[in-house]
Design a protein around this ligand. Structure first.
Ligand code: SF4
Ligand code: SF4
Length: 99
């Protein structure tokens, strides 16, 4: 299950550098995946791209964005249920893209 950032976000930027999948973007910033560029998913708070979030599986024991967020606004996104195996496959594809 990907994580999502709620409207409680105060745009402190602490989470972005912690994401091993480069899944977090600042407001209004376009996001990229497999060589394509897409329009920002939020224009007022930081956001997580569901297709790029693996809950940190394969890198860390817990989601790093949630661990550092001072206002606890990085939460599970119920719209993107995934198994551990699916998250690992996703991670492998993303590592190839980011390398
Ligand atoms: S849970 Fe991990 S992979 Fe997902 S956005 Fe947060 S830091 Fe990135
Ligand atoms: S750490 Fe939390 S408050 Fe700060 S930018 Fe990320 S989601 Fe927003």
């Amino acid at each position: 299950m990907a994580l999502m950032i709620t409207e409680e976000c105060m745009n402190c930027a602490l989470c972005k550098p912690e994401c091993p999948n480069v899944a977090i973007y600042e407001p209004d910033a376009p996001w990229k995946l497999f060589g394509e560029t897409y329009a920002a998913l939020s224009n007022n708070v930081y956001y997580i791209v569901p297709d790029k979030c693996t809950e940190c599986v394969g890198f860390h024991e817990e989601p790093q964005c949630a661990a550092v967020c001072p206002v606890d606004c990085c939460v599970a996104d119920p719209n993107f249920p995934e198994t551990e195996e699916e998250l690992r496959s996703k991670k492998e594809a993303l590592v190839a893209d980011n390398s």
